[in-house]
Design a protein around this ligand. Structure first.
Ligand SMILES: Nc1nc2c([nH]c(=O)n2[C@H]2C[C@H](O)[C@@H](COP(=O)(O)OP(=O)(O)OP(=O)(O)O)O2)c(=O)[nH]1
Length: 326
């Protein structure tokens, strides 16, 4: 019989600058995986809260004081030396200039082009998650009409939108293909990613960046579709668990707040939303009744960001370019 190993709680800080760059540190000699690059942090001590451990580790290792941190992803990993539960936080405000107080090298890195190696094996998915923008916009040609929508889309790209899902249920397959090609052509010069709702073939045919699975597809698929980015819509812990089993890149979770299309419909509210994703390893976008003003609340609840349908195109608060980046 194999013996269950004790799980060690670890806090890890993704210290992010307003431009999206984040800090990695090189593990000092004498530790397991010495020389590997990691997010600053360390083991939680007995009786210590996660936030306290985070503040203590960053003070000890980097000489900074944490001012504002959001809970983010939680990931289990089995090393030969330990079984760890990694609690990642995004640290967005601090005082002091980070410096390697234990002699460790530090390096600011750009999402998508990390230039230090090797990285701790548990951290691959975390680096992928950091490439995802905080705002995911969902198309709304159905209500706005194609040309007004495309004008709003172009303006949102100018303001920093970098992730859009094409979801237009009333278009014919031919129209959908034409519109998907327009999306890809418009998004490409900005390096923005286009996700196609449900249809892997259409995503491949148009050179889109990936697919977004409705929850029915999520629950019936045997394996992750073989295409760049894959996410899914979730409404329950079972669906959230299935997204992890399939190795997806992100999920949408809702409905968080009542929406215009379902004003009296059941909504999770922020507390239930936060409880559902409390120990969750994938980036989660809050969905349902979102506008850019909800981003901060979503982050506080542990979300990676927000997904918006009408809120993305209303032009009221606009998309903030720095906040639109993860
Ligand atoms: N700090 C940190 N640890 C990580 C990351 N990814 C990852 O798998 N780990 C693992 C490596 C270690 O097994 C564990 C952290 O333990 P540690 O030995 O660095 O903790 P510590 O600083 O408290 O060290 P010590 O008290 O044992 O000297 O978590 C990461 O990004 N940052």
């Amino acid at each position: 019989m194999t013996q269950r190993r004790k799980v060690v709680d670890v806090v890890a800080a993704v210290i992010v600058q307003p431009d999206g760059r984040f800090l990695l540190a090189r593990r000092p000699d004498g530790k397991p995986y010495a020389g590997y690059w990691e997010f600053p942090g360390g083991k939680v001590e007995a009786g210590e809260s996660l936030l306290h451990a985070l503040a203590r580790e960053l003070h000890e290792e980097l000489g900074i004081e944490v001012k504002h941190a959001y809970p983010w992803l939680v990931r289990h990993f089995d090393y030969e030396h330990a079984s760890v539960k990694l609690h990642f936080f995004r640290v967005v405000a601090w005082t002091g200039e980070p410096h390697g107080k234990e002699g460790q090298l530090l390096a600011w890195q750009t999402p998508g082009s990390v230039d230090v190696i090797p990285l701790l094996p548990a951290n691959g998915p975390i680096l992928n998650a950091l490439e995802l923008p905080a705002i995911l916009a969902i198309s709304n040609i159905a209500e706005m009409g194609e040309e007004p929508f495309m004008a709003s889309f172009a303006s949102a790209l100018e303001k920093g939108l970098r992730l859009i899902q094409l979801r237009e249920k009333s278009l014919s397959p031919l129209e959908l293909e034409r519109v998907a090609q327009r999306f890809v052509a418009l998004a490409r010069p900005y390096g923005a990613k286009v996700l196609i709702n449900a249809d892997v073939r259409l995503a491949e045919a148009t050179g889109a960046d990936g697919v977004h699975l409705p929850s029915s597809a999520l629950m019936s698929l045997e394996a992750r579709p073989q295409i760049g980015l894959v996410g899914a819509s979730c409404h329950s812990s079972d669906e959230l668990a299935r997204a992890v089993e399939l190795g997806l890149d992100y999920v949408l979770l809702g409905t968080v707040l009542p929406t215009r299309s379902h004003p009296g419909g059941p909504a999770l509210g922020w507390d239930a939303f936060a409880a559902l994703i409390g120990d969750y390893p994938l980036p989660v976008y809050a969905l349902g009744g979102m506008s850019p003003t909800h981003l901060e609340t979503a982050w506080s609840a542990g979300a990676h960001g927000i997904a918006m349908l009408r809120g993305a195109w209303s032009g009221r608060s606009g998309l903030n370019p720095t906040k639109a980046t993860g």
